[in-house]
Design a protein around this ligand. Sequence first.
Ligand code: GDP
Ligand code: MG
Length: 392
Amino acid sequence: MEPRGTRRRAEKPEVAEPPNKLPHAAPSLPTKPALYSGPFPFYRRPLELGCFSLDAQRQYHGDARALRYYSPPPTNGPGPNFDLRDGYPDRYHPRDEDIREGLDHLLRWLLEHRGQLEGGPGWLAGAIVTWRGHLTKLLTTPYERQEGWQMAASRFQGTLYLSEVETPAARAQRLTQPPLLRELKYMGYKFEQYMCTDKPGGSPDPSGEVNTNVAFCSVLRSRLGSHPLLFSGEVDCTDPQAPSTQPPTCYVELKTSKEMHSPGQWRGFYRHKLLKWWAQSFLPGVPNVVAGFRNPEGFVCSLKTFPTMEMFEHVRNDRDGWNPSVCMNFCAAFLSFAQSTVVQDDPRLVHLFSWEPGGPVTVSVHRDAPYAFLPTWYVEAMTPDLPSPLKD
Ligand code: GDP
Ligand code: MG
């Protein structure tokens, strides 16, 4: 489902070029919410195709070894009292964010499973491959007022690959990250440690290190409108007690947020944070987000479960709220825009889609470094050998 008046911008003008050769405007995609209200588009129930794990050294394993188990404190007990600052900074091993991984881990999974994909051998050629986190950014774009983004796109053997590029502003922010922000990030991961176990049945052990190299990633198939999707997202844990043990419906997303004390604080939370939580969990079909609310001393003393499908109710009657239809219609329009812009099939060619709040999505074209992101090992493994003329 596409909102009217957006698709044509991506198409070639139907009239011949004027004789005075006035350059026609470069194609761009507007992002104002009003352009994307309309019925909720088709979104296929996400299906888990497989998974992989990254270990403490960020090494890939084609299994679920990094999957953890949801293990909240007993409801009849005293309630949580999690010190999220415990272990900081001594037991913090943050991932090296200077290493830009692009789509590499997902591409490794895809390479090893391309023969077993459902939907027939042609399915992948018509699909879009990306990280869940990139799709989340697209969904929230019509409402985002702070941070822009850049997405690199390459077409290879029909498939459109989307890989985010860190903007200069995001890079500058990361390199000058205030110590308090670094600690807040740690606290988010520490919360997971209080709420999860490595084996089903046990109780959490918060004495160990927080190593953010470790990740469990689910690989999912879905479709938005006419766009088949294959994407992967990091999953915090699985609930062994969930009504359905079938992924992704057994998965739980864990979040922390500031304790709130006034209706105004809750309103702001529903308008801004819940939008991001909804977008991230709706895409892979994760049904519940469990929030830990931290006090100014960094302790979580209360938990609340937000069912993903009920989040919109908190802003449905809010004039300054968000609308899931707008998010999904914009994402569908962006995917159509990207599909019609990236015509040439060439893994070394990159169309860079750039967006800053308040403006439209614009496009620039690049070849090879620094923007090309499909690794040689992937391109070569996917390319059938030519018969060698030297062989007899
Ligand atoms: P998210 O939805 O933003 O958490 O991202 P995804 O679930 O799509 O994760 C995609 C890949 O990016 C995985 O390999 C994650 O381990 C990694 N990742 C997730 N969050 C971050 C982050 O904040 N910074 C960096 N550099 N990588 C991340
Ligand atoms: Mg989380």
